[in-house]
Design a protein around this ligand. Sequence first.
Ligand code: DAH
Length: 344
Amino acid sequence: MLSEQLDQLVEDALGSFKAATNSKSLYDAKVKYLGKSGKFTEILKGLGKLSKEERPAAGKLVNEKKKELEEAYSQILSNLETAELNKKIEGDFFNFSFPGSSEAQIGSRHPIGLVIEEMISILSRLGFAVRTGPHIESDEKNFSKLNFPKDHPARDMQDTFYIGKDHVLRTHTSPIQIRTMETEPPPLRILAPGSVFRCDSDISHSPNFYQVEGLYVDKKVSMAHLKGIIGFFVREFFGEKTKTRFRPSYFPFTEPSAEVDCTCPICKGKGCRTCSNSGWIEIGGCGLVHPNVLSSCGLDTDKWQGLAFGFGVERMAMIKFGISDIRLFNENLVNFSNQFNGAL
Ligand code: DAH
């Protein structure tokens, strides 16, 4: 009987499908029963020998059984594939605990950012608040309104990156003094941290470096205030015992002008390589704001005076952390930056 023969075949086929341990042996079993020269095809071919009347019912039965078997095959195949994939994930392919080929590096705060933050934090305790300005600055705010004469050497193309005739990449943060005095009424106490640009490059000069500028405008501002503020800042930044001294100097925008030195924090004033054996190290410039600068911003010079100072951030960081080459700041090496995490 055909139906018995088919039932037996389906049972045998299911048996060998279920016995397959992987998709390859399951496929082999499928070929054996459902393939072109498989057992089902054999039976289908045999139907030709049946009478015309018997043939349709027999054909239908064979096809039904064949379909049943094919569905069982798909189900078993999918189970096997899932099991194989799970095994792969659990095994060597996705081993989450396996160490990577190189150690992952975690990013780090840059020492320049840390130093700027520390400088702001110290001076904000004296009431200074942060102001900023653009990197591309007018010649007027970078030079003219800061009382630079037309023929001042700092305006030279050798030092300044000009952008057209009337604009420059700011050579210092001092134009932020102008921007603030032009837009905010005194009294003022501002700090201007930022990036500045000069055509200069060697072991201690970078074409792009950072400054922090300070400006204090009020009635009756004197050199005594300036010395008090800078002395406080230096002691807070480099340590309680650090001394400051002021050397007469010249800047077009201040009168009188001074350069600020502090006792070398590395040798504590005894003399070392960093301070060229002098025991002192220069950290910035300062002075009382020149009346021409105040009046260029519309301030009444009979009523208002100002003091200003400017520190080089790289220099502060180099002294604080004992860094000998300014170019290290621009190399973006995590191993370099990592050393200063938590140092401030
Ligand atoms: N702008 C000066 C420079 O880049 C630094 C400076 C000196 C700023 C004296 C000041 C100052 O505010 O009073 O060299």
